[in-house]
Design a protein around this ligand. Structure first.
Ligand code: NAG
Length: 437
């Protein structure tokens, strides 16, 4: 054997060992990322360095036609006419073990407002005729484009954000009882819960004969207790991705910032605003641990920091809405990991260097990291960002390992450092999480 074949065999063995590690690495891919400009533009070829780590790739997102209630492409032009569905499922030729699923919903298919927002997601489950038509339309699309399955990133109504009555804002501890968070958002929630189980059962029986997979993504701020019955859903699902993050976003909480995705309960927060609470709900209600995969975001949520805000008294009050958009993502209130890593300074020094963020690491390994830049004399440029970095992503993967969960779900690849701007390696968050599994 030449040196070359020895190395090659070693490589194959290493890859096989990785595959046998059995943990799922679900990688979300947001197709809309091709619309970003400059360094933020993400093309199919950018996926390559990530795919050796992913067991599943979720194509985000497909939509539901309001009138027919059938599954349809969200962006016909790009997905179908420009053949992006095909380009993505064709990746399986080079990555034969990869499973590519089409994901529907994901807060990308939002129609209507108020009580009518995303009504179609409730209408589908309500009658067996609609459920069957949806299942058949999904089957046709999956088969037609070579997908391995369907992911339901179902857009049930979100919980209402916590509000603090104005005037008392500064006295956080004394206003704990004035939350107005637990409104009823869906009067037929109980029926929808049962009907969703029926949808999942019926879908699986349509998909099973072709060995097509079915998974559920629990979107942020959807109350699992209300909509999902773990014990009756789990047997029909291949995995359940818990997107336990975005508990606080500048869109939901305009003047209030907090850790977007803590691992454990923090003092004075609602008991279900942490990862551990979500996992406990699913486990104690009959979901097998190996079917649960934990969502790990690759971005941060930002708020505009005003003069009066205290940056390290949580939750932070007196903020004025979403922080300014980043140069690559161009979306107020959001920064991708590479947008953050290029701005953040280390923990040295007491104050942020001009124009840069000061990072405050998480010694507790419970809450997550944040960074901030104080406003200047003219009240400009202040920003607070709660985010995920390689360390917190690894902590979450470690949690998955300790609890014997099925794996992780990276949300999403296009906001990770896919160009390797932050360090030597591309996809730093994905890699950090995978190595800790
Ligand atoms: C979720 O639903 C449960 C049961 O209805 C309720 O007790 C809890 O307060 C809800 N959580 C949120 C954040 O609304």
């Amino acid at each position: 054997m030449t040196m070359c074949t020895v190395l090659f065999t070693a490589l194959l063995l290493a890859l096989a060992a990785f595959a046998a590690g059995e943990k799922l690495v679900v990688c979300n891919y947001e197709a809309k990322s091709h619309l970003r400009e400059g360094q933020g533009k993400f093309e199919i070829s950018n996926l390559d360095p990530a795919l050796q780590y992913c067991t599943h790739l979720l194509y985000g997102y497909a939509a539901i036609d309001e009138n027919t209630l059938k599954l349809v492409p969200l962006n016909e032009q790009f997905d179908v006419i420009k053949d992006n569905y095909r380009h993505v499922t064709d990746l399986k030729r080079r990555f034969p073990k990869l499973k590519v699923l089409l994901s529907v919903g994901g807060n990308e298919d939002v129609v209507g407002e108020g009580d009518e927002k995303n009504e179609k997601y409730r209408k589908i489950v309500e009658t067996s005729t609609h459920r069957l038509a949806f299942a058949n339309s999904a089957h046709t699309i999956l088969k037609g484009y070579g997908f391995d399955g369907l992911d339901l990133a179902w857009e049930f109504p979100e919980t209402k954000p916590k509000k603090i009555k104005s005037g008392l804002k500064k006295f956080w501890s004394s206003v704990k009882h004035t939350f107005t968070g637990d409104h009823v958002v869906d009067e037929n929630a109980q029926q929808h819960r049962e009907q969703f189980t029926a949808l999942v059962k019926e879908l699986k029986s349509v998909l099973r004969p072709d060995n097509l997979l079915l998974s559920l993504t629990v979107l942020p701020n959807i109350n699992s207790t209300v909509y999902y019955d773990p014990r009756s859903l789990a047997p029909h699902l291949d995995f359940i991705a818990l997107h336990a993050f975005d508990f606080y976003t500048p869109q939901r909480n305009n003047e209030l910032a907090d850790f977007p995705s803590p691992l454990y309960e923090l003092i004075d927060r609602r008991g279900d605003e942490n990862i551990d609470a979500w996992v406990k709900y699913w486990l104690s209600n009959g979901a097998p641990a190996n079917k649960l995969v934990l969502g790990i975001p690759t971005y941060g949520r930002t708020w505009h920091l005003a003069g009066e805000s205290k940056v390290d008294e949580f939750p932070i009050t007196d903020l004025s809405g979403p922080g300014e958009a980043g140069p690559m993502t161009k979306e107020a209130g959001l920064l991708s990991y590479p947008e953050i890593c290029t701005k953040v300074t280390g923990p040295q020094g007491n104050r942020p260097i001009d124009g840069q963020f000061k990072k405050v690491p998480d010694a507790t390994k419970r809450r997550g990291v944040y960074a901030y830049r104080l406003p200047d004399k003219d009240e400009k440029g202040g920003l607070w960002v709660g985010y995920e970095d390689t360390e917190t992503a690894a902590n979450k993967a470690q949690y998955v390992k300790n609890k014997g969960l099925g794996g992780i779900a990276i949300d999403d690849l296009t906001l990770d450092d896919f160009r390797g701007i932050c360090g030597h390696n591309k996809f730093a968050i994905l890699r950090a999480a995978v190595s800790a599994l």
